[in-house]
Design a protein around this ligand. Sequence first.
Ligand SMILES: Nc1ccn([C@@H]2O[C@H](COP(=O)(O)OP(=O)(O)OP(=O)(O)O)[C@@H](O)[C@H]2O)c(=O)n1
Ligand SMILES: O=P(O)(O)OC[C@@H](O)[C@@H](O)[C@@H](O)CO
Length: 233
Amino acid sequence: MIYAQILAGGKGTRMGNVPMPKQFLSLADKPILIHTIEKFVLESRFTAILVACPQDWLSHTQDLIKKYITDDRVQVVIGGAERNETLMNGIAYIHEHYGEHDDDIIVTHDAVRPFVTGRIINDNIEAALKHAAVDTVVAAIDTIVQGTSEEIETIPLRSTMFQGQTPQSFNIKTLVSSYNSLSNQQRATLSDACKIVLLAGHTIKEVRGENFNFKITTPYDLRVANALVERRG
Ligand SMILES: Nc1ccn([C@@H]2O[C@H](COP(=O)(O)OP(=O)(O)OP(=O)(O)O)[C@@H](O)[C@H]2O)c(=O)n1
Ligand SMILES: O=P(O)(O)OC[C@@H](O)[C@@H](O)[C@@H](O)CO
């Protein structure tokens, strides 16, 4: 079976002084999270679409979904302290409610990337049916420099540099066994879910993202996102 999990369990600290986690802030006429869920319900192959939210925002999330979404595949689960714990909570929910099958796949996505497209979701599903792990990437536009905030150590060849987005999609069994195999030290280095399977020795298939599929992280990003919605509307 094919599942989706929308990760909305974060606090959004880099958004600064706002009254609620950024995934609940308005983008034009409705919350960012709702824009994102709307992209996923268009895909009929999902058995369930999980939305993981912070514990304290459970009833708020349920109320929003009741107000805006009519698709009963959308179900709310509680997130964890770290992004990858949130991911694992969703998988535990799937195991509990739908069982475990060797070929189950999960398409995971940041709630705060509302400009994901049907093409990107479809490419993730197609690739995840053939490969154990899939990342959505865009070619680096700027030259990427590596080092400390004081001094550059290396400047890698730009043509080999990409930026990781989401969705990131996995064979569920491979993702869970990879996560369980990592040490706490390795887990501390994770900045995305694909690194879980990479550290466990698996290869990751790339799917082409879009520059507009950016993550709303800062107040600047939210201004850009609002400008994009207004231009499209
Ligand atoms: N424990 C967590 C942390 C993050 N996320 C989700 O992962 C996505 C991408 O993470 P990020 O942009 O870093 O969100 P936050 O952790 O909320 O932001 P910040 O780091 O600024 O606090 C977001 O949709 C966020 O809600 C999650 O589901 N569970
Ligand atoms: O490191 P951050 O907390 O900004 O974000 C974590 C995730 O959002 C990130 O793993 C994916 O968006 C892929 O870049």
